[in-house]
Write a protein that binds this ligand. Structure first.
Ligand SMILES: [Zn+2]
Length: 104
């Protein structure tokens, strides 16, 4: 049961990731394709669609930067923790190391 739920969560995450990448790629492709269209003027449908795509790209870019920031933050905290453990000269304080007898 747990394994099925875990695979369902993985599949859902993969589908969301594919949707985000598809939206990003198609928005960029549409903007590059229609950048030099024959503009009708003030109420051009293509210009409105380009504005929507540009807004989508802007939002995805912000999400991407937040994801990158938190990834680097987690890596920095992990690296700091590992280095502080590795470089510390303190030995673990245990009852055996302190030679405390527990058989009284
Ligand atoms: Zn236009």
């Amino acid at each position: 049961m747990q394994n099925k739920f875990h695979s369902f969560v993985r599949l859902t995450a993969l589908l969301i990731f594919i949707c985000i990448i598809t939206a990003f790629l198609f928005s960029a492709f549409f903007i590059s394709l229609e950048a030099e269209h024959d503009c009708d003027g003030e109420h051009c449908d293509t210009c409105e669609q380009i504005a929507v795509c540009a807004e989508t790209l802007k939002k995805l870019q912000n999400i991407f930067f937040v994801f990158i920031f938190y990834s680097f933050l987690c890596m920095a905290i992990s690296l700091y923790t590992v280095l502080s453990i590795y470089c510390s000269n303190r030995k673990a304080v245990t009852l055996v190391r302190l030679k405390v007898r527990m058989n009284n």
